[in-house]
Design a protein around this ligand. Structure first.
Ligand SMILES: Cc1cc2nc3c(=O)[nH]c(=O)nc-3n(C[C@H](O)[C@H](O)[C@H](O)COP(=O)(O)O)c2cc1C
Length: 172
């Protein structure tokens, strides 16, 4: 197993759902968004769009749209990630690109000492999120990422590599 900085960040990252009450500086959010926009995308179409929510009143309203609302309410900042449909060329590939962009958000956060969690359940209320954030219909909600300085150090297991392997061809 390799142990360079990238590997450490990948392996140490956990979903963080509890945060201390400390504001995240704008410069850190900007760095995290920069990491997001450098993700790969099919045809380099960059179909992601972002909305940053720091305002407590809007966070409160956003939190009412998911059963994970407490996480949103207690977070320092949320990033809503959207699929910009007019930039798209293939829905499957575009959404995979957006997933890569979200993973960059999670890894950049980890590397900057910020805890983050990818919230997908809120997609059940996509349209209401758009109207709350005043986002036009041609941007479809892909995820909300809650961010904050960590107040927990959760652990998680993974399936063994062996159990994930399908057919093998040739020696490795
Ligand atoms: C597509 C997707 C949707 C998710 N939705 C939620 C969610 O709505 N609420 C939540 O608390 N965690 C959510 N998570 C976080 C997962 O629960 C978490 O990544 C998983 O349990 C593995 O834990 P780890 O991130 O700490 O390694 C989501 C993760 C992904 C990738």
């Amino acid at each position: 197993m390799k142990t360079n900085e990238v590997f450490k960040t990948i392996l140490n990252r956990r979903s963080i759902r509890k945060y201390i009450n400390r504001e995240i500086p704008d410069s850190i959010i900007e760095s995290i968004l920069d990491a997001a926009r450098w993700a790969p995308s099919g045809l380099n179409n960059q179909p992601w769009r972002f909305s940053v929510i720091k305002d407590a009143h809007i966070k409160e309203k956003l939190s009412s749209l998911t059963k994970y609302g407490k996480i949103i309410k207690n977070s320092g900042t949320c990033i809503a990630v959207f699929y910009n449909i007019p930039s798209g060329y293939n829905r499957d590939k575009d959404l995979m690109s957006i997933g890569a962009s979200i993973q960059n958000i999670l890894l950049a956060s980890e590397s900057l000492g910020i805890g983050a969690v990818w919230l997908g359940e809120i997609l059940n209320r996509k349209e209401e999120v758009n109207s709350l954030l005043e986002i036009e219909k041609d941007n479809e909600l892909a995820a909300v990422i809650a961010l904050g300085y960590p107040d927990e150090t959760p652990s998680k297991n993974r399936k063994s590599l062996e159990s994930l392997m399908l057919k093998k061809f040739g020696k490795t």
